[in-house]
Design a protein around this ligand. Sequence first.
Ligand code: SF4
Length: 287
Amino acid sequence: MPDLDPFFHKINSWSFTRHTVWNRCPRQYYFEYIAPYVKTDPVVNPEKIRYLKNFTSKFVVQGQIIHDIIDQQIQLHCEKKPMDQDAAIAAFVKKVSLYKGIGGETFTEYHNGEKIQNSFFNYIEENGKTCLHTFFGKWPDYAGRECLRHETFDHFSIGDVGVTVKVDFATKLPDGTLVLTDWKTGRDDDEYETELQMAAYVLWAMQHYRMRPDDIRTELVFLKTGKIKPYSFFWEQLVEVQDMIPKEFADMNASYEYADFPARPTQRECLGCKFAEVCPEAEIARS
Ligand code: SF4
């Protein structure tokens, strides 16, 4: 086993994001979560890996900007200050124009050789405005609820496996029901394994708030269309997830050798992969 910085073990936990990367490309998982902590004979210099981790896919940035703006507005509400739709949209447009001003230089795709077209910035501006209008249109349904937490990293355990979650918005209804809301900024058929993500939220909430699953509701709010998709779980379904997470975490940690993390290249994934520059299997056109 390679010698890893002890910090690796401190932050090593299961999360839905790790699950997604692990299943998408184990090599990408290695670069993202293990390579920065290899102390002896690293395959790639950890400094280089840390540098590459500063880039973000343009599609992730698009969602992040909207989430940040919404989160600032929710924070205002939680502090009992008025929300401001016009200011939120102006702040959003300004952020997009900052990225546009540097031609998307901090996007992974740009780093991997793609020229970011103006049409992309126009698209994210229009999409973002639509999402923010939907958010403010739906807000009256949320305004009367007790605000518990928003966009906070939380940790809990399943056996001896640490699990990290970040719920977009947790609220309590007047009847005591807990509602865990996730804002989605993409298409409303974009539901890749979302059930697993929501089930992990419920398992966290059961421990954190000491509540029964019957008293916890989860929902996806698709800000592009306004569609709301509720999820509820039987205990048997939660037990399945509770069994699956430690098994997958054991697989993720069965080895820390580079060779045990096979590359799974596809043009689409590799173009948006932070580590394409150092991955010999990357399927991108190199200039
Ligand atoms: S460049 Fe492609 S194959 Fe290599 S780690 Fe990234 S996604 Fe996987």
